[in-house]
Design a protein around this ligand. Sequence first.
Ligand SMILES: C[S@@+](CC[C@H](N)C(=O)[O-])C[C@H]1O[C@@H](n2cnc3c(N)ncnc32)[C@H](O)[C@@H]1O
Length: 412
Amino acid sequence: MTPPDGRSGPLDPATAAAPPAVTAGVAVDRRPHTLRDHLLAARDWLWRRPWFTRSATQLPVARWIARRRARQMFDLVAGFVYSQVLLAVVRLRVCETLAAGPLTPAALGAEVGLSEDAARRLLDATTALGLTDRRSRGRFGLDELGSALLNTPAVVPLIDHHSLLYADLADPVALLRGESGETAMARYWAYARSARPAAMADESVAPYSELMAASQAMLADDILAAFPPRGVRHWLDVGGGEGVFAAAVARRAPEARVTVFDLPAVAGRARDRLAAAGLGARVEAVGGDFLTDSLPTGADVVSLVRVIHDHDDAVALAILQAARRALAPGGCLLLAEPMAGTGGAEPIGGAYFGFYLLAMGSGRARTPEELRALLARAGFQDARLRDTRQPLVTRLIVARPAPQDADGTAAS
Ligand SMILES: C[S@@+](CC[C@H](N)C(=O)[O-])C[C@H]1O[C@@H](n2cnc3c(N)ncnc32)[C@H](O)[C@@H]1O
C-alpha cells in the first residue's frame, strides 16, 4: 500500500491505524473518527485503485460519473484561461461590437484591431464558453452570456480590475505563505492595509470607490426588495462608499433622513455624486474612520453593505460594536454581503472570496453562522438570514441590539 516514494497516504491502512504523530510541532491525526470519515475513506480508497477506475468506466452510471469528474478536473485546470478570454472580450469590447448584429471573424477583427486568425481564435473560445454563437455565412453573434454581459455594464469594470488579482495569484503558494510583498490588490484597496485610512487622499480612494459605485447599482434593488425601507425615520449606511445605496434608500423612503458614513475622501465623493443626483439636501455624507471616530447616532436602521467581509474578526467586531452604539432603541442592523457556504455558490465564498481577500490583505467571506456568532459577541440578538433574488452575490442578516447592562456590556 505504500506509494513508491515511501510516503504513506491517508488511506494506507497502516497509516489509518497509526497513532497521532507530531509534525513541525503540529498534531497529525489521519485516522477516521466518525461514520462519515469511514465512508469517505472507503470511497477515497476505491477511487485511488487503478482497477476500480478501469472497471468503473465499463458501467454506464460510473462512466457518467468518471466523465463528469474528468470535466470538473479540466475546468479547474483551465479556469484561468476562461477568465483571460473574458478579460480579452471586455478589453476589446467584443460584446458591444457584436451588439448591432453578427460579424465574420475578419469583420470583427477589423473593428477591434485583431487579425482575422486571432479574431477567429477568440470567437471559437467565446463560442465554446457561451458568450457568442455561430450564425449563418460564417458569422458570430452574441449568445446568452454575451447578451447578459452587454446588459450589465457594471460588471465590465469588475471584470477588468481582476487583472490585478490574477497578477497577485501568479504565485499562489507565496501568497498563502505571506511572501508576496505588497500586492496589487492591497494597493488598490488601500484602506485594507492603511494605518491611517482617514488620511487617504482622493487619488487613493477613487479607483475602488468608482468600482463600488458602479457595481452597487446592481445590488441595491435586490437588497431593498428583501428589506424594504418602510417606515424608517433615519437610515445610516456605514462604509457606504459614494452613496449609491443611500440614494436608493432615499428614493424609496422619501420621508426618511439618510446618512452615509465613509472615509473623508470617499464621503467627499459621495457629496458630489449625491448633489449631482439632486439628493444633496436629503442625504448627508459624513466623513470619518469607523474604528476611531463615533458614528452619527440615533438611526433606526444601520446598514453595512459589503463591509464586514473586508475585515478580520477583531476589526469586524469593532465595526459591529460601533454600529450597535449608533442604533436608536428599537432599531436594527442590516448586514448585506456575499456569504460562504451559500448553496449552489460554494466556490464563490470558499475559493474566490477566500483568495481575493487574501490578496487584498484582510478579511474573509463568513458563513451565516459565523456572522451570527460575531453579531452575538457585538451585542446583537435575533439575527435572521434573508435571501435576496441573487444569494450568490449578496445575502442579508437583520439583527437587533440585545439589552445591555448598565455598564454597556450585553446582558447575559
Ligand atoms: C467594499 S467597499 C463597500 C462600499 C459600499 N458599501 C458598497 O457596497 O458599494 C467598503 C467601504 O468601506 C469603507 N471603509 C474602509 N475602511 C473604513 C474606515 N476605517 N472607516 C470608514 N469607512 C471605511 C471604504 O472606503 C469603502 O467605501
